[in-house]
Design a protein around this ligand. Sequence first.
Ligand code: MF3
Ligand code: CO
Length: 257
Amino acid sequence: MVVCKSPTELEKMHQAGLIVWGALNKMREMVRPGLSTLDLDEFAEAYTAARHARPAFKGYRGYPGSVCTSINDEVVHGIPSGSRRLEEGDIVSMDFGVELEGFFADAALTVGVGKITPERERLLRVTRESLERAIEKVRLGNRLGDISAAVQQVVEENGFSVVREFVGHGIGTKMHEEPQVPNYGSPGVGPRLQQGLVLAIEPMVNSGGPAVRILDDDWTAVTLDGSDSAHFEHTVAVTDNGPWILTRPKEATGPCW
Ligand code: MF3
Ligand code: CO
């Protein structure tokens, strides 16, 4: 069952979303060689507690962290660790969600550590652009497949591949609600987008092949071929004014991250 949200509920999700956005923006500024992924996790935890919210991932199906930090060939769900330090030239994905007064928001971005190769820059830019093109499709009367197809098209026309094993999702009073939002599909297919539907759209893009495997920690997904991977995400509502990105300030313009 797909649950649509009232304007009041969307406003509450936006309050949660601003905490996610605020934390991720600070974290992107913290990123530098030598920082551990646990430093990022501890920052996010404190930032969230100070705003009377709860890190949504912590304890979810036993997940031990507050943030997912995934470096280079790690796709998603990397577990923060005090012994994992960022190195010059790495790319690091930071995925974070909070619950505030019963409402959830979820977002992610990938950033370079110091100077990164042009090919890594391109992977980050294309993955972000695939999210932006998907967000443009979040309009009344469009179909779910329009969003999925937009991601896939941007990714594949740039010679990268879309991960199949993980998908975006509806979000609201639970972190994961219906419908699933795959990053591949066909335009014109699937349910129509209704007022108040909220979707976490989250392209996961590999520079090589699409296949992934899970490490022995039972969480970290890595590319099977060792190629790089990037991840961008926003929580976006369908409104009669078009897409409303709940995980950034209303006045924000320009690139989505
Ligand atoms: N953005 C991811 C998702 O929507 C984050 C979940 S990580 C987990 O599934 F640790 F909570 F599982
Ligand atoms: Co998500």
